[in-house]
Design a protein around this ligand. Structure first.
Ligand code: ATP
Ligand code: MG
Length: 794
C-alpha cells in the first residue's frame, strides 16, 4: 500500500479500517478499496460512504472479523466425526455457536465459540483429544476481508453457444467490429463462473492459511488478466514468503517476530503440525509442492486428481474441482507471472480494442491448431505468447495503440518501481499517467493488419521485443548478457520482463511455418469483401469464415504436411563467420548455397540417397555467384574429408556419385528478391531409416571410439552403409522411393540477420503412403544433421 496515497480521513472516531479502505487518486477522485468503487470527488465519496453498499459491506466485514476472532481451527479427529460430537466436546469450555465441518473430506472443522474468553480457555489447554485421537486446535488466521465484485448484468448467466450457433450469431452482427465485441461477450466468464472461481480462491485461501500461516493464494493468468474464456484453467500462486519468515522466527525464539507474521501459531512446534515436517527455507520446490499436494488432497473439499508436476519450467501442483470440472495449477515460484498478469490487465484497461482483438486472434489460432497447448508443453504457441504478439502488434501501429514497456517504465513513479527475481517489472499501477492513443483504426482493420504484418514476418531472424516495441536483431541480443541465456528457435518472442526468456521457445519449425502461412491466408481473405461486409444473401462472412478450421492450410503446400523447415539462421553461426558473410555483400545467397550444399551432403553422403540437382530455371552468373561457389567448393572440400576418410566406398556408391551433383555444381534456380530456391530429384534404394538405433549401438560397441562420436555425421553415414549392406549386396532394380525436394527461402528472408529455409517434399504420386515413414524419419533427422554439417563446415 502506498501511504502517501491513502487519504487521511480527519473525521474523529472514524474506524481505522475505513482509513485503510480509502485511496486518493493522483488525478483527483477517490477509490474505495472495500467496494472497488472509484468516485470523482469528495461529495461523491461521502455519498458512497453513507450509501447502502458500503454500509452493508462494512457490517459484513465486522461480523466476519468478530467470528474469526472467536473461532478455532480443529483437525486430527477421525474421519466421519459428526459436528455434534465436536460441539459437545468444546461445550465443556463454554457455549459453541457453530461448527462448520469440511464436508467433503471431513478432516477439519471451524468451531465458532461464544466469545474470546471461551476461545482463550480452549487455547490454554495444551492437549485435546476426542475418541482417542489427538486434536490439533489453533486460532483462525486473520484474513483480509475481500468483496468480490459481481459482473455486469449483460454477461450474467449466459449460456455457452455451440460453434454452429456462434457462427449464426456472428453472421447477424452488423459489421466486423460488432462481431468482435460479440465474440468477447460469448467467451468471457458468466457471472456465475466468476463467482465460482472467487469462491474457490477463498476456499483455498482459508485452508492454506490454516496449514501455512501467513500464506496467500493469488490468482493469475486468464482468470484475472482480462482474457478470461469460459472453462479456462485456474492459475494460482501460493505465496509462502511470510510463512517462511514465520517458521524461521518460531525456530529461533531470540529473533523478534516480523510484525506482519506475528499472529500466534501455538501448534506449529508440535510434532503433528504440517510445518514441523519441513523447513520451507531449505526445502526444494518439489518437496514443498508435495506438501501442498497433500493439503489439497486431504483438506480441500471437492478437489481431486491432484498431481505434482515437478519438472515443468515452473513446477506446479495440478488439480481438478470435481463439481465444476474446473482444472487448475498451484505454483509456489512464479512471482513474475503475477506481474505479467497485471501488465496484461493494464493493457486491456488502456485501450478497449485490446480485448476484442486478442479474443479474435486467440480463437482464430485455436481453430487453426496454432495455439492452445491445453495441457502445457507441445509445439504450439501458448495463449500468453499469442497475447504478447497482439500487444506487440498494437505497440507498432502508427500511431501506436499501446505504449512500449520502456515507455511505461518512464511513466512509473519512484515508489512504484518493481523488481521481481532481478528483472525490472516497473509500470504504473493504474492508467492515471498514460496518454490515450491517437490511433483511430477500427477492429476490422487492426485484425486484417495483424495477419498482414505477421504473414510477412521473419520470426526466426529477430527477437520480438515488447520492451522496445520493435524487433531486435538476433546477434545484437545474443551478444548482450541477457541474450546469452535466451533459448532461440524458429519463433522468438521476448518476455516483456524476464528478458532472457523466449516465451515461444517451445514452438517448432512446423508450427512457425504454419503460423506464417495461416497469417498469409488470413490476410488474403481479409482483403476480400466477404470479410469486410455483411452478406446480404445470408452467407457466412467476416470472422465466421476466418474461424473455419484449416482454411489457410488447404491453400498452401503445407497442406500436404510434407514440409520441413530448417532452424538455421545466420545467428547460429560463429561470430567470425557471420562477419565474413556480411562482408561478402551477398550474404543471403552465400548462406543459402552453404545450406543447400549441406542438405545435399546429408541426403547423399549420410543417407545414401541419389540426388540430382534439377536443371530448371535460369542460371545467373556474376561475381556474387562465383564468389559463393568458390567458398562453397572450399567448404565442401573441407567438409568431405573427415566423412570420407576410412569410409569404404561400395560400387553402388561410386555409381550413385556419377549421377549426383558434385558440390561445385550447386547453384540456385532463382536469385530473386522473393528468395532463393533449389530443387533435387532424389531416389532412395534402401530403408536406411529403419533400425538405425540398433545398428548405431552395434557400431559404437561397448567402448565408443571418440573418432566416431555419438550423433556425428560420420557415424550416421556408417549406420546407413551398414543397413544397406544388411539389405543385400546388389542394388534392387528399381528405387524404393522417388521424390523431389524443393529448398527455398521465405519471401521475408531479405533481412540482415538470417532467413528461413523450408524443404518441400513431393513423392511420386503412387508412393505417397510409402513415403510417409521416410518423411517422418527425416523430420527428426534432417534439421539436426544439416545444422551440424553447416556449423562444422564454416
Ligand atoms: P489460458 O489458461 O486461457 O490458456 P493463460 O494466460 O492463463 O491462458 P496459462 O498457460 O495458463 O495461460 O499461463 C498462466 C499465466 O502464466 C499466463 O497468463 C502468464 O501470466 C504466465 N505464463 C504462461 N506462460 C508463460 C511463459 N512462457 N512465460 C512467462 N509467463 C508465462
Ligand atoms: Mg491459464
Amino acid at each position: 500500500m502506498d501511504p502517501s496515497r491513502v487519504m487521511r480521513v480527519e473525521k474523529a472516531g472514524m474506524a481505522e479500517s475505513m482509513q485503510e479502505d480509502l485511496e486518493s487518486l493522483a488525478r483527483g477522485g477517490f477509490r474505495c478499496r472495500l467496494c472497488h468503487v472509484t468516485v470523482a470527488n469528495k461529495p461523491s465519496l461521502d455519498d458512497h460512504l453513507r450509501g447502502k453498499k458500503h454500509q452493508r459491506l462494512e457490517s459484513l466485514r465486522s461480523v466476519r472479523q468478530a467470528q474469526e476472532l472467536r473461532s478455532v481451527f480443529v483437525s486430527g479427529f477421525s474421519k466421519g466425526t459428526p459436528a455434534s460430537e465436536l460441539s459437545d466436546y468444546f461445550q465443556a469450555y463454554g457455549e459453541v455457536i457453530n461448527v462448520v465441518m469440511d464436508k467433503d473430506k471431513g478432516v477439519y472443522a471451524i468451531v465458532e465459540l461464544q466469545d474470546k474468553e471461551v476461545l482463550e480457555k480452549v487455547l490454554a489447554q495444551p492437549h485435546h483429544s476426542l475418541g482417542g485421537q489427538k486434536l490439533r486446535v489453533k486460532p483462525r488466521e486473520k484474513k483480509d476481508f475481500k468483496y468480490t465484485q459481481p459482473r455486469k448484468q449483460g454477461s450474467a448467466k449466459r449460456e455457452q453457444l455451440s460453434p454452429k450457433k456462434l457462427a449464426q450469431e456472428l453472421c447477424q452482427a452488423d459489421d466486423v467490429d460488432a462481431q468482435m465485441s460479440l465474440l468477447v461477450q460469448q467467451f468471457e466468464f458468466s457471472e456465475g463462473e466468476r463467482r465460482l472461481r472467487d469462491l474457490l480462491v477463498t476456499l483455498f485461501q482459508e485452508v492454506f492459511l490454516e496449514f501455512f500461516p501467513g500464506s496467500a493464494i493469488l490468482p493469475f493468468g486468464s482468470s484475472v488478466n482480462g482474457f478470461d474464456v469460459s472453462g479456462c484453467d485456474l492459475d494460482l500462486f501460493l505465496d509462502l514468503e511470510k510463512t517462511k519468515k514465520f517458521q524461521a522466527s518460531t525456530k529461533s525464539p531470540a529473533e523478534p517476530l516480523a510484525e506482519d507474521v506475528a499472529s500466534p501459531e501455538p501448534d506449529s512446534h508440535s510434532e503433528d503440525s504440517i510445518l514441523s515436517d519441513i523447513d520451507l527455507a531449505s526445502a526444494t520446490t518439489p518437496e514443498v509442492l508435495e506438501l501442498v499436494a497433500t493439503v489439497l488432497q486431504k483438506c480441500v473439499p471437492g478437489v481431486h486428481h491432484v498431481q505434482v508436476v515437478p519438472n515443468a519450467r515452473r513446477p506446479v501442483v495440478k488439480f481438478c474441482h470435481k463439481e465444476s470440472g474446473l482444472r487448475g495449477d498451484i505454483s509456489i515460484d512464479n512471482k513474475l507471472a503475477l506481474r505479467n498478469t497485471r501488465f496484461l490487465q493494464l493493457c486491456t484497461e488502456t485501450d478497449e480494442r485490446v480485448r476484442p482483438l486478442v479474443y479474435a486472434v486467440r480463437h482464430w489460432a485455436k481453430q487453426q491448431a496454432l495455439a492452445g497447448n491445453p495441457f502445457g508443453g507441445g509445439p504450439l504457441l501458448n495463449n500468453y505468447a499469442l497475447t504478447l504478439l497482439v500487444l506487440f502488434f498494437l505497440q507498432t501501429r502508427n500511431p501506436p495503440v499501446l505504449p512500449t514497456v520502456a515507455r511505461l517504465k518512464e511513466l512509473t513513479e519512484n515508489e512504484e518501481q518493481t523488481v521481481v527475481d532481478g528483472w525490472d517489472c516497473s509500470f504504473p499501477k493504474d492508467l492515471t499517467r498514460l496518454e490515450p492513443s491517437s490511433n483511430t483504426e477500427n477492429l476490422c482493420t487492426l485484425l486484417a493488419e495483424f495477419f498482414h504484418v505477421f504473414g510477412d514476418y521473419n520470426f526466426a531472424s529477430c527477437m520480438i521485443s515488447l520492451r522496445e516495441g520493435q524487433p531486435l536483431p538476433l546477434p545484437g541480443v545474443l551478444e548482450s548478457t541477457v541474450g546469452s541465456k535466451l533459448k532461440l528457435g524458429p519463433f522468438n518472442l521476448q518476455d516483456p520482463f524476464e528478458l532472457s526468456h523466449n516465451v515461444a521457445a517451445n514452438v517448432n519449425e512446423k508450427t512457425a511455418l504454419r503460423f506464417q502461412r495461416c497469417c498469409q491466408a488470413a490476410a488474403k481473405y481479409c482483403r476480400s469483401l466477404q470479410y469486410q461486409r455483411k452478406s446480404s444473401k445470408g452467407k457466412i462472412w467476416g470472422l465466421v469464415r476466418l474461424f473455419q478450421p484449416g482454411t489457410a492450410e488447404a491453400e498452401t503446400p503445407a497442406a500436404t504436411g510434407l514440409v520441413i523447415s530448417l532452424p538455421l539462421t545466420l545467428a547460429s553461426l560463429p561470430a567470425q563467420t557471420r562477419k565474413q558473410l556480411s562482408q561478402a555483400g551477398n550474404m543471403h545467397q552465400c548462406w543459402f548455397q552453404k545450406v543447400c550444399s549441406s542438405i545435399a551432403f546429408v541426403l547423399k553422403d549420410v543417407l545414401r540417397c541419389d540426388c540430382l540437382e534439377a536443371q530448371e530455371g535460369s542460371e545467373r552468373e556474376g561475381e556474387a555467384v562465383t564468389e559463393c561457389k568458390q567458398r562453397e567448393q572450399q567448404t565442401e572440400a573441407d567438409a568431405e574429408q573427415p566423412s570420407s576418410a576410412g569410409h569404404k566406398r561400395s560400387l553402388d556408391e561410386e555409381e550413385a556419385d556419377l549421377s549426383s551433383p558434385a558440390p561445385k555444381r550447386l547453384r540456385t534456380d532463382t536469385l530473386s528478391p522473393e528468395g532463393e530456391s533449389m530443387t533435387w530429384n532424389c531416389a532412395m534404394w534402401r530403408r536406411v531409416w529403419l533400425g538405425r538405433r540398433r545398428v548405431r549401438r552395434q557400431l559404437r560397441g561397448p567402448q565408443p571410439n571418440s573418432q566416431c562420436a555419438a550423433g556425428s555425421l560420420e557415424l550416421e553415414a556408417k549406420v546407413s552403409e551398414a543397413i544397406s549392406q544388411q539389405e543385400g549386396e546388389a542394388r534392387p532394380t528399381d528405387p524404393l522411393l522417388q521424390f523431389t525436394v524443393h529448398a527455398r527461402t521465405g519471401a521475408d528472408s531479405s533481412g540482415e540477420q538470417g532467413m528461413r529455409i523450408s524443404l518441400c517434399f513431393e513423392p511420386a504420386p503412387e508412393q505417397a503412403a510409402a513415403f510417409q515413414e521416410f518423411f517422418h524419419f527425416l523430420q527428426g533427422f534432417l534439421p539436426r544433421a544439416v545444422e551440424q554439417h553447416v556449423v562444422s563446415a564454416t
